[in-house]
Design a binder for this molecule. Structure first.
Ligand code: NAD
Length: 246
């Protein structure tokens, strides 16, 4: 039996980078996927490229609580329930996010809205959908910057620290409902999000000797979605090539 055979998985930010790879990996592992993203056209393209049958996409801005509720209504109706939810939607704006004196209200509000409030909106609907249906697995995506300080990433670091704390609080709240909540903290992963920055600063000092790939994160997330991680909840899963251990 494949790792996620028969599992119904909702993935936000699934049109690009880590989220698109999570969709591909989970589909290969036997899951039926619903992709949520701002970019409706790209999400539909990714959905059409996945292995297996029954995948779909819904345009959704995770900042809009009503749109998130509607997307979950569709997921419940179409899939008959949700077994796992993965929060990959996120933004960063490294050129606007420091030094702190230059961070605008708009930058702060936008980053907190998408990364933290968006994750909250999605987790709230995930819990509503999973409770009373036997539980499920929620995976949030923070970053190593939730654990270690990075210069000139003020709003982004704060948003990811919030995601990590929310995940732990929810794990404690929802354990008895059979809902597990785990937070993945990627290091530097080569995706469209980091492309522009990596041109200037390629970190060559990672203990594992290379940058991260979306598949490195997707493999850990597939495990957390699966029953193989049945006793893992409230965990901070660092996937950073040893960066934060060095
Ligand atoms: P990406 O830019 O390639 O993909 C992000 C996706 O989220 C895009 O498809 C985008 O359309 C979508 N999105 C953005 N705002 C949205 C919104 N309001 N509603 C719905 N969808 C929205 O980024 P990525 O590198 O794949 O990052 C995925 C997640 O991993 C993010 O949360 C990011 O902060 C986190 N992360 C990435 C890295 C890295 O090195 N790439 C490191 C640590 C953490």
């Amino acid at each position: 039996k494949r790792l996620l055979e028969g599992k119904r998985v909702v993935i936000t930010g699934a049109a690009s980078g880590i989220g698109a790879q999570v969709a591909a990996t989970c589909a290969e592992d036997g899951a039926c996927i619903m992709l949520l993203d701002l970019d409706a056209a790209k999400a539909a393209e990714v959905a059409a490229s996945l292995a297996g049958e029954g995948h779909s996409s819904v345009p959704c801005n995770v900042v809009d609580a009503g749109a998130v509720a509607e997307a979950f209504r569709q997921a419940n109706e179409k899939l008959g329930g949700v077994d796992a939810v993965v929060n990959c939607a996120g933004i960063w704006r490294p050129s606007d996010d420091g030094p702190i004196a230059r961070v605008s209200d708009e930058t702060w509000d936008q980053i907190i809205a998408v990364n933290l409030t968006g994750t909250f909106n999605v987790c709230r609907e995930a819990v509503k959908s999973m409770e009373g249906r036997g539980g499920g697995s929620i995976v949030t995506v923070a970053s190593v910057v939730a654990l270690t300080g990075w210069e000139k990433l003020n709003a982004y670091s704060a948003s990811k620290g919030g995601v990590l704390s929310l995940s732990r609080a929810l794990a404690v709240e929802c354990g008895k409902k059979g809902i597990r909540v785990n937070c993945v903290c990627p290091g530097v992963i080569e995706t469209p999000m980091t492309e522009a920055v990596l041109v200037y600063s390629k970190p060559t000092v990672l203990p594992i000797g290379r940058l991260g790939r979306p598949s490195d994160i997707a493999d850990s997330i597939a495990f957390l979605c699966s029953d193989r991680s049945a006793f893992t909840t409230g965990a901070t899963v660092v996937v950073d090539g040893g960066f934060s251990a060095a």
